[in-house]
Design a protein around this ligand. Structure first.
Ligand code: NAD
Length: 309
């Protein structure tokens, strides 16, 4: 396939580029590098199957030649980023999704949206199945991200129903691994940077809030299976092993082999108290479930963060 991959210079996008090339596909990686980095894709640039295009997908997109699949990953994706760029976040979820769907329609390509567990907001149901409609505050500071993805999902399904485009929606839960950015406000790089730097670990709230962490290679397996499937409705992709932030802090210390003090700060507005995917659908429809446990994934990630210092 010839694949248009937006957000391809980001954390997940760069891993997906590698996997798609390995599977024999040609990639047009489109990214405006607002949060992505060229160092994530430098090793792919000499590959004849890889082309980088510096472009903001919230503006009209032109691609010459055939395109068989459009994968829309471009977004401001971490709390620090979407709070810094609230309007760009809404634009890439709305205009960016519209523009990329336009390419899929014009080229007769299939389409995959990287959506998020944040469509469930601060959930009143745990674990979250795809049938749960969510509990989102549309006008809170996080609303710019959550609502951009909820709008994007609605638009993708409207294109599926109105134009018959073969669309897929991955509801991605917290994913971590090599190439996450330091200081992006997500708990995994925060804790790892703090422990490597000999600083205390910052826990927001009392640390009883839960998250489920999926290692990036597992997520990429899930995205590839979804892309190849005939499933058009949203599918949760995440690791159902749920851990509290306090337990997670202890796990990071254990794997890093270092102790650190924990300091507590105020919980951000609308921070979800629980987060755990129900992955029954991914298991049944895609035959997918995560394979890498937290200790193994954390060890690989911490090693990568240490080597890049
Ligand atoms: N990492 C996670 O835990 C997670 C969880 C849920 C959903 N997601 C989704 O997965 C996708 C990838 O996330 P990530 O963690 O790799 O984040 P990331 O910030 O590393 O990657 C996002 C990429 O999109 C690019 N981008 C942003 N706006 C753009 C625009 N207007 N035009 C072109 N490029 C633009 C950025 O430069 C960056 O390279 C996002 O859509 C995100 O919402 C990620």
């Amino acid at each position: 396939m010839r694949v248009l991959l937006t957000g391809g210079a980001g954390f997940i996008g760069s891993h997906l580029s590698e996997r798609l090339i390995k599977a024999g596909h040609d990639i047009i990686c489109m990214d405006n590098l607002i949060t992505g980095c060229e160092s994530n894709i430098d090793h792919l640039k000499g590959n004849p199957s890889f082309e980088f295009v510096d472009h903001d997908v919230s503006n009209y997109i032109e691609v010459d030649g055939d395109v068989d699949a459009v994968l829309h990953l471009a977004s401001l994706a971490s709390p620090v980023d979407y709070l810094n760029y609230p309007i760009k976040t809404l634009k890439v979820g709305s205009l960016g999704t519209h523009n990329t769907l336009g390419v899929a329609k014009a080229k007769g390509a299939k389409y995959l949206l990287a959506s998020t567990s944040e469509v469930y907001g601060d959930p009143l149901v745990n674990p979250q199945p795809e049938t749960y409609w969510g509990n989102v505050n549309p006008i809170g500071p996080r609303g710019v991200y959550d609502e951009s993805k909820r709008f994007a999902e609605a638009l993708v399904l409207a294109y599926n129903r109105s134009h018959g485009i073969d669309t897929k929606i991955a509801r991605i839960f917290n994913t971590y691994g090599e190439r996450m950015r330091s200081h992006d406000g997500r708990v995994v790089p925060n804790f790892i940077d703090q422990i490597i730097g000999g600083e205390s670990l910052t826990v927001y709230g009392d640390g009883s809030q839960t998250r489920s962490f999926c290692y990036v290679s597992d997520l990429i397996d899930g995205l590839m299976l979804l892309l190849e499937s005939n499933v058009n409705e949203p599918v949760n992709l995440g690791n159902p092993a749920e851990t509290s932030i306090m337990e997670f802090a202890k796990a990071v210390m254990g794997i890093a082999g270092k102790e650190s003090e924990i300091v507590f700060e105020e919980l951000p507005v609308d921070d979800p108290k629980v987060r755990r995917p129900d992955i029954t659908k991914a298991k049944e429809l895609l035959g997918w479930e995560p394979k890498v446990n937290l200790d193994e994934g954390l060890a690989r990630t911490i090693k990568w963060f240490r080597n890049k210092q």
